[in-house]
Design a protein around this ligand. Structure first.
Ligand code: GLC
Length: 537
């Protein structure tokens, strides 16, 4: 539980549950809400403050549920609304908050609005909820502009009109099964405010906003014309990322959420070039927090990490928002593998060190399911089992996100490792994960799980941690970061390949080390330590 009097979301540790890969109750090899509910006690033991549930809504699952066909229900694959209510009830009884994902940039093409749009004529109110345009060229046979899908290929799909003749095109910044909504349409604005209320009334503590910087498009829809990278974080002036009009949407959403008691909050998924661009979404009256992808994208280097930390803290302070920290999620290569340069053991040492430092930084932090077990990315999934739509759209050049979505290993010595009562899992688990089950790691004091557990316990108890500020200890050797937090706390990260001494002016007791050889005086290679220091008079 948050221990200070600041709002919980300024310092919570939020655990991302990716429902299809977390825990399976019905034995079909796909995780579900009853499975997640049955593992809440595990999350309580681990010591997190909140869970964020990735989408569980009715969906054709073309993008693992980020293609929603009904925003007010639960897909039978994952259970029922009653299962959802039960999960929220039990989580709250364990003092765990619940955040749900909302996907406002696009619906599924199976959504009744899109089906109605296809059946209706060009210019109809049904079409006006999406971004239908006439094509260019003779007979409109070419797409309206040169925008590209984030998942590869053109961002436009040509439809066949009710009479059978080739017709208009519709915009999809992601898969063709994810048509973009037109956020200049009041019906869209009203519908999403009603959807927020639907889940707020069911007791959710907040929302993670999918592609939060994408909703507003330049009405002129100009060609990119080589001026902008077609994919990836946006630069400013981009015609479909970070348009000013998107801020009006969040001012409206903030008014809705503020009507509800209990400090409910938004976190935006906002991939932009600079922390200043992200901070504009967190101005008073807009969103509460945003993911810190600058930190996630930092490399294993003291300079890179320090730059990400300093720029984030400065930008967020400018708008009065807390910084947030994240190292892994369902879209990126797990940090064990990102930092390992092909060596999983080295990557795990570095990942543990980076995580320990992350949990000492001021603000709130995100943990992606399985990182507490030190899971690496699964790099050798057979292509035919991959479900990431970008894999198909790029002929395998991209779209390898399934590698971080492999079902969790809970117990036992062989797949399915207690994932569920069935024999199968929707993606195969590596047999080597026998050493990385929750059951094995919870009883091993040297495990990654035990480090997370210890760090989260100290974080809840130590008055210096959570929201607040940090002060760097300057003059540390190259490759070393050290900072203090008041009262009486210091963290040292050693990114070098050699053991180092803890800076001489940090004297105190070891609280947590990412490496069993760490102490209050020495930090092994690729490790971090937390030290509690005597209070200065
Ligand atoms: C976000 C999600 C990602 C999804 C995309 C389209 O980036 O995190 O998983 O594919 O949006 O909804």
């Amino acid at each position: 539980m948050p221990r200070s009097d600041v709002p919980w979301w300024r310092e919570a540790v939020i655990y991302q549950v990716y429902p299809r890969s977390f825990a399976d109750a019905d034995g079909n090899g796909i995780g579900d809400l009853p499975g997640a509910r049955s593992r809440l006690a595990y999350l309580r033991r681990l010591g997190v403050d909140a869970v964020w549930l990735s989408p569980f809504y009715p969906s054709p699952q073309a993008d693992a549920g980020y293609d929603v066909s009904d925003y007010r229900d639960v897909d039978p694959l994952f259970g029922t609304l009653a299962d959802f209510d039960g999960l929220v009830h039990d989580a709250h009884a364990l003092e765990i908050k619940v955040i749900v994902d909302i996907v406002p940039n696009h619906t599924s093409s199976a959504h009744e609005w899109f089906q109605a749009a296809l059946a209706a004529a060009p210019g109809s109110p049904e079409r006006a909820r999406y971004l239908f345009r006439d094509g260019r060229g003779a007979g409109g046979g070419e797409p309206p502009n040169d925008w590209r899908s984030n998942f590869g290929g053109p961002a436009w799909t040509h439809v066949v009109e009710a009479g059978g003749q080739p017709g208009q095109w519709y915009l999809h910044l992601f898969d063709a099964s994810q048509p973009d909504l037109d956020w200049t349409n009041a019906a869209v604005v009203e519908e999403f405010e009603a959807i927020l209320r639907f889940w707020l009334d069911r007791g959710v503590d907040g929302f993670r906003i999918d592609v939060a910087h994408g909703l507003a498009k330049d009405p002129e829809m100009p060609n990119l014309g080589g001026r902008f990278a077609a994919r990836g974080p946006a630069t400013s002036g981009h015609p479909h990322w970070d348009q000013d009009a998107v801020h009006d949407v969040y001012r409206g959403w903030r008014r809705v959420i503020d009507e509800y008691p209990g400090e409910r909050a938004f976190v935006g998924e906002i991939w932009l070039h600079t922390t200043e661009q992200v901070a504009r979404y967190l101005r008073p009256g807009e969103l509460h927090t945003a993911f810190n992808f600058h930190f996630l994208l930092a490399t294993w280097s003291a300079d890179s990490l320090r730059e990400a930390i300093d720029s984030s803290i400065a930008a967020m302070a400018g708008v009065g928002a807390p910084a947030t920290w994240v190292l892994s999620n369902h879209d990126v290569v797990r940090h064990v593998s990102r930092y390992g340069d092909g060596d999983v053991a080295l990557g795990r040492q570095r990942a543990r060190a980076a995580t320990l430092m992350m949990l000492a930084l001021p603000g709130s932090a995100y943990i992606y399911q399985g990182e507490e077990l030190g899971l690496p990315e699964v790099l050798d999934l057979p292509d035919e089992l991959r479900e990431d739509p970008a894999f198909r759209r790029t002929q395998g050049k991209d779209g390898r996100r399934d590698g971080c979505r492999v079902p969790l290993p809970w117990s036992g010595g062989a797949p399915p490792f207690g994932f569920g009562p069935g024999a199968d899992t929707w993606l195969p688990q590596p047999p080597a994960w026998a050493a990385l089950t929750a059951e094995a790691e919870e009883v091993d004091p040297s495990s990654t799980w035990s480090m997370y557990h210890a760090a989260l316990a100290v974080r809840r108890a130590h008055p210096a941690l959570g929201d607040g500020t940090l002060a760097w200890i300057e003059g540390t050797p190259a490759g070393v970061l050290a900072f203090r937090r008041d009262p009486g706390f210091a963290c040292v990260l050693n990114t070098t390949a050699n053991e180092i001494d803890v800076p001489a002016d940090i004297e105190g007791h070891l609280l947590v080390a990412s490496d069993p050889a760490g102490s209050a005086t020495t930090v092994p290679a690729n490790a971090a330590v937390w030290v509690t220091t005597p209070l200065l008079p």
